[in-house]
Design a protein around this ligand. Structure first.
Ligand SMILES: *Cc1c(COP(=O)(O)O)cnc(C)c1O
Ligand SMILES: [Zn+2]
Length: 402
Protein backbone atom coordinates (compact mmCIF):
# COMPACT_ATOMS: atom_id res chain seq x y z
CA UNK A 1 0.00 0.00 0.00
CA UNK A 2 1.32 3.40 -0.94
CA UNK A 3 1.61 6.06 1.63
CA UNK A 4 -0.42 8.46 -0.47
CA UNK A 5 -3.41 6.24 0.30
CA UNK A 6 -2.99 7.58 3.79
CA UNK A 7 -4.70 10.91 3.37
CA UNK A 8 -2.53 13.87 4.38
CA UNK A 9 0.61 11.91 5.23
CA UNK A 10 3.98 12.48 3.68
CA UNK A 11 7.06 10.28 4.09
CA UNK A 12 10.26 12.23 3.77
CA UNK A 13 13.94 12.04 4.57
CA UNK A 14 14.89 14.02 7.65
CA UNK A 15 18.37 14.58 6.21
CA UNK A 16 17.95 15.37 2.49
CA UNK A 17 14.20 16.04 2.17
CA UNK A 18 13.58 13.41 -0.51
CA UNK A 19 9.99 12.14 -0.51
CA UNK A 20 8.80 8.54 -0.77
CA UNK A 21 5.48 6.96 -1.74
CA UNK A 22 6.26 3.91 0.31
CA UNK A 23 8.97 3.18 2.82
CA UNK A 24 12.05 1.56 1.26
CA UNK A 25 12.57 -2.01 2.50
CA UNK A 26 15.39 -0.93 4.80
CA UNK A 27 13.31 2.00 6.12
CA UNK A 28 16.30 4.16 5.22
CA UNK A 29 16.68 6.92 2.62
CA UNK A 30 19.01 6.36 -0.32
CA UNK A 31 21.24 9.07 1.14
CA UNK A 32 21.57 6.97 4.30
CA UNK A 33 19.33 9.37 6.22
CA UNK A 34 16.42 8.61 8.51
CA UNK A 35 12.85 9.02 7.29
CA UNK A 36 10.01 10.78 9.04
CA UNK A 37 6.26 10.90 8.61
CA UNK A 38 4.66 14.30 8.36
CA UNK A 39 0.98 15.10 8.75
CA UNK A 40 0.39 17.89 6.24
CA UNK A 41 -3.29 18.68 6.69
CA UNK A 42 -6.38 17.74 8.71
CA UNK A 43 -4.69 18.36 12.06
CA UNK A 44 -6.39 17.04 15.19
CA UNK A 45 -8.37 19.65 17.12
CA UNK A 46 -9.28 19.88 20.77
CA UNK A 47 -12.67 18.25 20.14
CA UNK A 48 -11.44 15.21 18.25
CA UNK A 49 -7.86 14.83 19.44
CA UNK A 50 -8.51 11.78 21.56
CA UNK A 51 -11.14 9.17 20.92
CA UNK A 52 -10.13 6.55 23.50
CA UNK A 53 -7.36 5.49 25.87
CA UNK A 54 -3.78 4.60 25.00
CA UNK A 55 -1.87 4.91 21.74
CA UNK A 56 -4.83 4.32 19.41
CA UNK A 57 -6.91 6.88 21.24
CA UNK A 58 -4.82 9.32 19.21
CA UNK A 59 -5.49 7.67 15.86
CA UNK A 60 -6.25 11.07 14.28
CA UNK A 61 -2.56 11.83 14.76
CA UNK A 62 -1.33 8.45 13.51
CA UNK A 63 -0.63 7.19 9.97
CA UNK A 64 -3.26 4.48 9.69
CA UNK A 65 -5.86 4.27 6.96
CA UNK A 66 -7.59 0.99 7.77
CA UNK A 67 -8.48 0.74 11.45
CA UNK A 68 -9.59 -2.89 11.03
CA UNK A 69 -5.92 -3.84 10.58
CA UNK A 70 -4.75 -2.47 13.91
CA UNK A 71 -2.59 -4.92 15.87
CA UNK A 72 -2.90 -3.94 19.52
CA UNK A 73 -2.56 -5.38 23.02
CA UNK A 74 -3.50 -2.13 24.78
CA UNK A 75 -0.32 -0.12 24.78
CA UNK A 76 0.11 3.33 26.25
CA UNK A 77 -2.13 4.92 28.87
CA UNK A 78 0.70 4.54 31.37
CA UNK A 79 0.65 6.37 34.69
CA UNK A 80 2.38 9.69 35.33
CA UNK A 81 3.41 9.40 38.95
CA UNK A 82 4.37 12.38 41.06
CA UNK A 83 7.44 11.72 43.19
CA UNK A 84 6.63 12.04 46.87
CA UNK A 85 9.88 11.12 48.56
CA UNK A 86 12.56 12.04 46.04
CA UNK A 87 12.91 15.82 46.11
CA UNK A 88 14.57 17.86 43.40
CA UNK A 89 14.39 21.36 44.84
CA UNK A 90 11.97 23.80 46.42
CA UNK A 91 8.61 23.82 44.59
CA UNK A 92 9.94 21.66 41.76
CA UNK A 93 7.61 18.83 40.84
CA UNK A 94 9.09 15.59 39.60
CA UNK A 95 6.92 13.14 37.68
CA UNK A 96 7.80 9.64 36.55
CA UNK A 97 6.15 8.40 33.35
CA UNK A 98 6.09 4.68 34.01
CA UNK A 99 6.48 3.09 30.60
CA UNK A 100 7.28 -0.23 32.25
CA UNK A 101 3.52 -0.72 32.45
CA UNK A 102 3.20 -1.30 28.73
CA UNK A 103 2.21 -4.83 27.59
CA UNK A 104 5.76 -6.15 27.26
CA UNK A 105 7.20 -3.88 29.93
CA UNK A 106 8.79 -1.07 27.91
CA UNK A 107 7.88 1.95 25.78
CA UNK A 108 8.81 -0.04 22.66
CA UNK A 109 5.19 -1.26 22.52
CA UNK A 110 3.90 2.24 21.71
CA UNK A 111 5.84 2.25 18.46
CA UNK A 112 5.58 -1.45 17.74
CA UNK A 113 1.79 -1.42 17.61
CA UNK A 114 1.91 1.22 14.85
CA UNK A 115 4.80 -0.37 12.91
CA UNK A 116 3.24 -3.84 13.02
CA UNK A 117 -0.11 -2.40 11.97
CA UNK A 118 1.68 -0.88 8.98
CA UNK A 119 3.36 -4.23 8.29
CA UNK A 120 -0.06 -5.86 8.23
CA UNK A 121 -1.43 -3.17 5.92
CA UNK A 122 1.26 -3.82 3.32
CA UNK A 123 1.04 -7.59 3.74
CA UNK A 124 4.46 -8.21 5.30
CA UNK A 125 4.91 -11.72 6.70
CA UNK A 126 8.10 -11.47 8.72
CA UNK A 127 9.22 -8.78 11.14
CA UNK A 128 12.96 -8.38 11.64
CA UNK A 129 14.99 -6.36 14.09
CA UNK A 130 18.31 -6.08 15.84
CA UNK A 131 17.87 -5.42 19.50
CA UNK A 132 19.52 -4.90 22.88
CA UNK A 133 16.44 -6.71 24.21
CA UNK A 134 13.27 -4.67 24.51
CA UNK A 135 12.66 -4.22 20.80
CA UNK A 136 12.93 -7.98 20.32
CA UNK A 137 10.55 -8.64 23.22
CA UNK A 138 8.04 -6.21 21.78
CA UNK A 139 8.40 -7.27 18.13
CA UNK A 140 7.94 -10.91 19.15
CA UNK A 141 4.74 -10.19 21.06
CA UNK A 142 3.21 -8.09 18.27
CA UNK A 143 4.21 -10.63 15.63
CA UNK A 144 2.39 -13.25 17.68
CA UNK A 145 -0.66 -11.04 18.02
CA UNK A 146 -0.68 -10.11 14.33
CA UNK A 147 -0.09 -13.65 13.05
CA UNK A 148 3.36 -12.90 11.64
CA UNK A 149 6.83 -14.32 12.11
CA UNK A 150 9.58 -12.49 13.97
CA UNK A 151 13.32 -12.88 13.50
CA UNK A 152 15.40 -11.02 16.06
CA UNK A 153 19.15 -10.49 16.18
CA UNK A 154 20.69 -9.95 19.60
CA UNK A 155 24.28 -9.38 20.72
CA UNK A 156 25.51 -12.74 22.06
CA UNK A 157 25.83 -12.91 25.83
CA UNK A 158 24.79 -9.29 26.25
CA UNK A 159 21.02 -9.39 26.45
CA UNK A 160 19.14 -9.23 29.76
CA UNK A 161 17.66 -12.61 30.72
CA UNK A 162 14.06 -11.44 31.04
CA UNK A 163 14.07 -9.87 27.58
CA UNK A 164 15.46 -13.00 25.95
CA UNK A 165 12.83 -15.11 27.70
CA UNK A 166 10.13 -12.82 26.34
CA UNK A 167 11.29 -13.15 22.72
CA UNK A 168 11.43 -16.93 23.06
CA UNK A 169 8.10 -17.39 24.79
CA UNK A 170 6.36 -15.27 22.15
CA UNK A 171 7.74 -17.60 19.51
CA UNK A 172 10.35 -15.50 17.72
CA UNK A 173 13.38 -16.91 15.98
CA UNK A 174 16.23 -15.56 18.11
CA UNK A 175 19.65 -15.32 16.50
CA UNK A 176 22.75 -14.35 18.44
CA UNK A 177 25.35 -12.15 16.82
CA UNK A 178 28.95 -12.17 17.94
CA UNK A 179 29.62 -8.51 18.54
CA UNK A 180 27.60 -5.67 19.97
CA UNK A 181 24.20 -4.21 19.10
CA UNK A 182 25.62 -1.95 16.39
CA UNK A 183 27.07 -4.98 14.61
CA UNK A 184 23.75 -6.82 14.87
CA UNK A 185 21.95 -3.84 13.33
CA UNK A 186 24.49 -3.62 10.50
CA UNK A 187 24.06 -7.30 9.63
CA UNK A 188 20.29 -7.04 9.77
CA UNK A 189 20.18 -3.95 7.54
CA UNK A 190 22.54 -5.52 5.00
CA UNK A 191 20.31 -8.53 4.66
CA UNK A 192 16.95 -6.74 4.79
CA UNK A 193 17.95 -4.21 2.16
CA UNK A 194 16.83 -6.24 -0.84
CA UNK A 195 14.27 -8.57 0.67
CA UNK A 196 10.74 -7.37 0.18
CA UNK A 197 9.23 -10.03 2.45
CA UNK A 198 11.02 -8.67 5.51
CA UNK A 199 9.75 -5.71 7.47
CA UNK A 200 12.26 -3.83 9.62
CA UNK A 201 10.92 -2.76 13.00
CA UNK A 202 13.99 -1.05 14.43
CA UNK A 203 13.57 2.52 15.60
CA UNK A 204 14.68 3.68 12.17
CA UNK A 205 11.15 2.66 11.16
CA UNK A 206 9.24 5.97 11.02
CA UNK A 207 5.93 4.33 12.00
CA UNK A 208 7.44 3.39 15.33
CA UNK A 209 8.34 6.99 16.02
CA UNK A 210 4.72 7.98 15.37
CA UNK A 211 3.48 5.54 18.01
CA UNK A 212 6.12 6.62 20.51
CA UNK A 213 5.22 10.30 20.17
CA UNK A 214 1.89 9.55 21.90
CA UNK A 215 3.85 9.47 25.18
CA UNK A 216 4.15 13.26 24.80
CA UNK A 217 0.41 13.59 24.17
CA UNK A 218 -0.38 11.59 27.31
CA UNK A 219 1.94 13.67 29.49
CA UNK A 220 0.31 16.87 28.20
CA UNK A 221 -3.13 15.56 29.05
CA UNK A 222 -2.10 14.04 32.39
CA UNK A 223 -0.68 17.40 33.49
CA UNK A 224 -4.04 19.00 32.74
CA UNK A 225 -3.21 20.37 29.27
CA UNK A 226 0.20 21.58 30.40
CA UNK A 227 3.63 21.11 28.87
CA UNK A 228 6.37 20.29 31.41
CA UNK A 229 9.49 22.45 31.62
CA UNK A 230 11.83 19.48 31.23
CA UNK A 231 11.50 16.02 29.73
CA UNK A 232 14.44 13.81 30.63
CA UNK A 233 15.02 10.43 29.04
CA UNK A 234 17.69 7.83 28.32
CA UNK A 235 19.18 7.87 24.82
CA UNK A 236 20.41 4.79 22.97
CA UNK A 237 19.58 4.74 19.28
CA UNK A 238 17.88 8.11 19.86
CA UNK A 239 14.48 7.19 18.45
CA UNK A 240 12.56 7.94 21.61
CA UNK A 241 13.94 11.41 22.25
CA UNK A 242 13.11 12.21 18.61
CA UNK A 243 9.61 10.84 19.09
CA UNK A 244 8.88 12.84 22.24
CA UNK A 245 10.18 15.99 20.58
CA UNK A 246 7.98 15.33 17.55
CA UNK A 247 4.95 14.84 19.82
CA UNK A 248 5.49 18.06 21.75
CA UNK A 249 6.30 20.00 18.58
CA UNK A 250 3.07 18.80 17.00
CA UNK A 251 1.02 19.88 20.02
CA UNK A 252 2.43 23.34 19.44
CA UNK A 253 1.97 23.29 15.67
CA UNK A 254 -1.63 22.14 16.04
CA UNK A 255 -2.42 24.97 18.42
CA UNK A 256 -2.86 23.08 21.69
CA UNK A 257 -0.11 25.07 23.40
CA UNK A 258 2.57 27.61 22.59
CA UNK A 259 5.21 25.97 24.72
CA UNK A 260 7.60 23.05 24.25
CA UNK A 261 9.72 21.40 26.95
CA UNK A 262 13.49 21.41 27.11
CA UNK A 263 14.60 17.94 26.07
CA UNK A 264 17.38 16.41 28.13
CA UNK A 265 18.95 13.25 26.77
CA UNK A 266 20.99 11.02 29.06
CA UNK A 267 23.60 8.49 27.98
CA UNK A 268 25.76 6.17 30.01
CA UNK A 269 29.37 7.35 30.29
CA UNK A 270 30.60 4.19 28.56
CA UNK A 271 28.26 4.68 25.60
CA UNK A 272 27.96 8.40 25.03
CA UNK A 273 28.80 9.30 21.41
CA UNK A 274 25.94 11.80 21.29
CA UNK A 275 27.10 13.59 24.42
CA UNK A 276 30.53 13.81 22.84
CA UNK A 277 29.03 15.26 19.67
CA UNK A 278 26.93 17.77 21.65
CA UNK A 279 29.91 18.95 23.65
CA UNK A 280 32.24 19.16 20.66
CA UNK A 281 29.90 21.43 18.71
CA UNK A 282 30.77 19.45 15.56
CA UNK A 283 28.13 18.34 13.09
CA UNK A 284 28.95 14.67 12.54
CA UNK A 285 28.69 11.81 14.94
CA UNK A 286 31.82 9.76 15.59
CA UNK A 287 30.77 6.20 16.38
CA UNK A 288 32.10 4.42 19.44
CA UNK A 289 33.36 0.86 19.20
CA UNK A 290 32.69 -1.56 22.05
CA UNK A 291 30.39 0.66 24.15
CA UNK A 292 30.12 -0.63 27.71
CA UNK A 293 27.58 0.05 30.44
CA UNK A 294 25.38 -1.82 32.89
CA UNK A 295 22.41 -0.12 31.16
CA UNK A 296 22.15 -2.59 28.29
CA UNK A 297 19.21 -0.83 26.60
CA UNK A 298 21.43 2.16 25.87
CA UNK A 299 24.65 0.25 25.19
CA UNK A 300 24.86 1.69 21.69
CA UNK A 301 27.86 3.29 20.00
CA UNK A 302 26.36 4.37 16.69
CA UNK A 303 22.88 5.88 17.29
CA UNK A 304 20.89 5.77 14.07
CA UNK A 305 18.76 8.84 14.83
CA UNK A 306 21.59 11.03 16.07
CA UNK A 307 20.68 13.90 13.77
CA UNK A 308 17.08 13.98 14.97
CA UNK A 309 18.21 13.80 18.60
CA UNK A 310 20.65 16.65 18.19
CA UNK A 311 17.93 18.71 16.54
CA UNK A 312 15.53 17.94 19.42
CA UNK A 313 18.05 19.02 22.01
CA UNK A 314 19.20 22.16 20.19
CA UNK A 315 15.77 23.32 19.08
CA UNK A 316 14.30 22.84 22.56
CA UNK A 317 17.15 24.50 24.45
CA UNK A 318 17.95 21.23 26.16
CA UNK A 319 21.13 19.28 26.61
CA UNK A 320 22.80 15.89 26.45
CA UNK A 321 24.78 14.57 29.37
CA UNK A 322 26.22 11.31 30.61
CA UNK A 323 26.11 9.55 33.96
CA UNK A 324 28.25 6.74 35.32
CA UNK A 325 27.11 3.18 35.95
CA UNK A 326 27.48 3.78 39.70
CA UNK A 327 25.14 6.76 39.48
CA UNK A 328 22.68 4.73 37.40
CA UNK A 329 22.56 1.85 39.88
CA UNK A 330 22.22 4.22 42.83
CA UNK A 331 19.33 6.00 41.10
CA UNK A 332 17.69 2.64 40.33
CA UNK A 333 17.83 1.69 44.04
CA UNK A 334 16.64 5.11 45.09
CA UNK A 335 13.59 5.03 42.84
CA UNK A 336 12.69 1.49 43.88
CA UNK A 337 13.20 1.95 47.61
CA UNK A 338 11.73 5.45 47.94
CA UNK A 339 8.96 5.64 45.37
CA UNK A 340 8.11 1.97 44.82
CA UNK A 341 8.99 2.03 41.13
CA UNK A 342 11.41 -0.63 39.90
CA UNK A 343 12.99 0.23 36.56
CA UNK A 344 15.77 -1.30 34.52
CA UNK A 345 19.15 0.48 34.63
CA UNK A 346 18.71 2.49 31.40
CA UNK A 347 15.47 3.89 32.79
CA UNK A 348 17.22 5.08 35.95
CA UNK A 349 19.69 7.20 33.96
CA UNK A 350 17.33 10.23 33.90
CA UNK A 351 17.03 10.09 37.70
CA UNK A 352 20.81 9.98 37.98
CA UNK A 353 20.97 13.00 35.65
CA UNK A 354 18.43 14.91 37.77
CA UNK A 355 20.62 14.30 40.79
CA UNK A 356 23.45 16.04 38.92
CA UNK A 357 21.35 18.86 37.50
CA UNK A 358 19.44 19.58 40.70
CA UNK A 359 21.01 22.94 41.38
CA UNK A 360 20.72 24.19 37.83
CA UNK A 361 17.02 23.42 37.36
CA UNK A 362 15.04 26.59 38.12
CA UNK A 363 12.84 26.32 41.21
CA UNK A 364 9.20 25.63 40.54
CA UNK A 365 9.94 23.58 37.41
CA UNK A 366 7.83 20.70 36.27
CA UNK A 367 10.19 17.84 35.40
CA UNK A 368 9.13 14.59 33.76
CA UNK A 369 11.49 11.61 33.73
CA UNK A 370 10.63 8.82 31.31
CA UNK A 371 10.98 5.45 33.05
CA UNK A 372 11.40 3.53 29.81
CA UNK A 373 11.28 -0.09 31.02
CA UNK A 374 10.53 -2.42 33.91
CA UNK A 375 13.21 -3.59 36.33
CA UNK A 376 11.89 -7.15 36.23
CA UNK A 377 13.48 -7.64 32.82
CA UNK A 378 17.05 -7.33 34.01
CA UNK A 379 17.18 -8.83 37.49
CA UNK A 380 20.81 -9.81 37.16
CA UNK A 381 22.02 -6.27 37.83
CA UNK A 382 20.62 -6.29 41.36
CA UNK A 383 23.09 -8.28 43.39
CA UNK A 384 21.17 -10.56 45.72
CA UNK A 385 22.80 -13.23 47.84
CA UNK A 386 19.77 -15.17 49.04
CA UNK A 387 22.00 -17.34 51.24
CA UNK A 388 22.64 -14.28 53.40
CA UNK A 389 18.96 -13.63 54.12
CA UNK A 390 17.57 -14.68 57.51
CA UNK A 391 16.22 -18.23 57.58
CA UNK A 392 13.74 -19.41 60.21
CA UNK A 393 11.77 -22.55 60.93
CA UNK A 394 9.41 -21.51 63.71
CA UNK A 395 7.48 -18.48 64.97
CA UNK A 396 9.80 -17.84 67.93
CA UNK A 397 12.77 -17.31 65.63
CA UNK A 398 10.68 -14.87 63.65
CA UNK A 399 10.38 -12.69 66.76
CA UNK A 400 14.09 -11.95 66.59
CA UNK A 401 13.58 -10.14 63.33
CA UNK A 402 10.45 -8.09 64.04
C1 LIG B 1 15.14 1.16 23.74
C2 LIG B 1 15.32 1.65 25.11
C3 LIG B 1 15.96 2.87 25.41
C4 LIG B 1 16.61 3.71 24.35
O1 LIG B 1 15.70 4.28 23.43
P1 LIG B 1 16.22 4.81 22.03
O2 LIG B 1 15.00 5.12 21.27
O3 LIG B 1 17.03 3.71 21.43
O4 LIG B 1 17.06 6.01 22.32
C5 LIG B 1 16.03 3.27 26.72
N1 LIG B 1 15.52 2.52 27.72
C6 LIG B 1 14.90 1.36 27.48
C7 LIG B 1 14.37 0.57 28.63
C8 LIG B 1 14.79 0.88 26.17
O5 LIG B 1 14.19 -0.30 25.96
ZN1 LIG C 1 17.84 11.32 2.33
Amino acid sequence: MLLRDHENWLLRCFDCGREYDREPVSSRCECGGVLELVLTDGFPRAGDFRSGRGVWGYSKALPVSDESKIVTINEGNTPLIMAENIRVSERTELFIKNEGQNPTGSFKDRGMTVAVTRAKEIGAKTLVCASTGNTSASASAYAARGGMKAVVLVPAGKIAGGKLVQAIVHGAKVIRVSGDFDRALELMMQEAKDREELYVVNSINPFRIEGQKTGAFEIFEQLGSKVPDYVILPVGNAGNISAYWKGFSELKRWGFTDKTPRMIGVQAAGASPLVQLFQSGKDRLVRWDNPETVASAIRIGNPVSWRKALDAVNASGGQLLSVTDEEILAAQRNLASREGIFVEPASAAPLAAIERLKDSLPRGSIVVAIATGSGLKDQGVVKVDSEKLPLISDARELEDYL
